[in-house]
Ligand binder design. Sequence first.
Ligand SMILES: [Zn+2]
Length: 332
Amino acid sequence: MSGSLISSDIDFSAQGKHTGYLRLPHSVHRSAYGRILMPIVMLSNGDGPTTLLMAGNHGDEYEGQIALGKLSRELEANDIRGRLLILPMANFPAAQAGTRTSPLDDGNLNRAFPGEAHGTPTQMIAHYIEAELLPMCDYFFDFHSGGSSLYYPPTLLRGLGHSPEESAKLVDLQTAFDAPYAWIFTSGGGRNSTARTAMGGGNRKGAITLMAELGGGGAVSPEILALTERGIKRLLHATGMLPAYVPDAPNGTRELTITDSVIAYDNGLFEPYHDVQDEVKKGDTAGAIHLPETPWRTPVTLHFQHDGMVLCKRVPGLVERGDCLFQVGSDL
Ligand SMILES: [Zn+2]
């Protein structure tokens, strides 16, 4: 036992389709014996791998939450080979509030791994995922977006793998997911990962782990949602867990690694000169920060430091010193 205080309605050794809640004890003024009830779905059917599909790690990232809800309603145990776990609102208090971090403890779940069994709610959730769920898993797929403050075109995120078999599998799954872009992490990962992310947890527990960034800006794009739903079924088919699904031909994925982050050094209103998917050159002007309280002052211009493609942009126009405005990816 991991010492977690979170209990599950679902017996993970059972067969069939099961829905229920992870129950996190949360004793507060208005509810002395209260619990946070986090929805979880399991479909189990005989031999095959175990896969955890997760969304709502950040509560203001929606495509994954909607796609996993649809999958939970659509799939029956007979459709599956192996065991599929679906956790659509991983940081439940944050997902309920539509915020990146939890309103209960300000916790950012994707910076809380490996978590603490007796910590704050966010730390307890991280601990449960890493200590209870991930050790069961052969595959772990965590669906994000840019949230309220960032926007990404559909982008798969993966490491390079720590064995030839793992590397080959990661490439297979990337091809299967068929996002237009992949962001490749060229260092870190593996069993000795010290990352505080869910991906770090997946790597520490030996699960083949992928993340995805799917839009953002606090909104849901029908196009990206459709790509997400298609991608998830293609991933499950590629793991052998959804044998009857027939994938169409992939469109192909461009592999990038992040080489530049444009950061604000001033407070003001940001005028971007570029959008995501633009090709930029070192020295190009990224945009200007306007200073509306002294409108006669010349705006501050910012420049790209590397050639590449704009993979991520800030959404809100109001910026503060330290905000990330753009990320640029260069071909691997
Ligand atoms: Zn996220």
